[in-house]
Write a protein that binds this ligand. Structure first.
Ligand code: HEC
Length: 99
């Protein structure tokens, strides 16, 4: 294999890796949306309208779900860590217009 071919091959592999990372992000956000619709939208509104300003990270969202106030359901131990991560990805994604 010549040096140039090898470099082209490496570049293609790198681009593939970037593309699949973007895909993974998107399906994580979609999984988060599905959880949100099922468990949160009843109080927080469709299309996360009630939480559109929320910008907490994963640790703070995890804390927030553990019955911090009387007003919100206590979700302590209810979600897996990757489910909370998915909801956090959904909450921090831009709100899509027209949904
Ligand atoms: C029974 C109604 C109810 C449900 C269900 C509910 N929430 Fe809440 N949530 C509230 C209320 C009311 C508040 C504001 C008062 C408070 O802080 O508890 C709140 C506050 C929050 C906050 C803090 C907002 C801020 O700006 O700091 C976050 C984040 C949040 N909820 C996320 C969620 C997520 C994620 C779910 C679904 C897993 C969920 N909530 C389900 C009622 C609910």
């Amino acid at each position: 294999m010549t040096g140039q071919v090898r470099i082209k091959l490496l570049i293609s592999i790198a681009m593939l890796a970037v593309a699949s990372a973007a895909l993974a992000d998107e399906s994580q956000t979609e999984a988060g949306e599905a959880l949100y619709v099922e468990f949160c939208a009843g109080c927080h509104g469709d299309n996360k309208s009630g939480l559109s300003q929320y910008s907490g990270d994963l640790a703070s969202l995890t804390d927030r779900l553990e019955g911090m106030t009387e007003e919100m359901t206590d979700f302590a131990g209810f979600f897996e860590e990757d489910e909370i991560a998915a909801m956090q990805a959904y909450l921090s994604a831009p709100v899509s217009v027209g949904e």
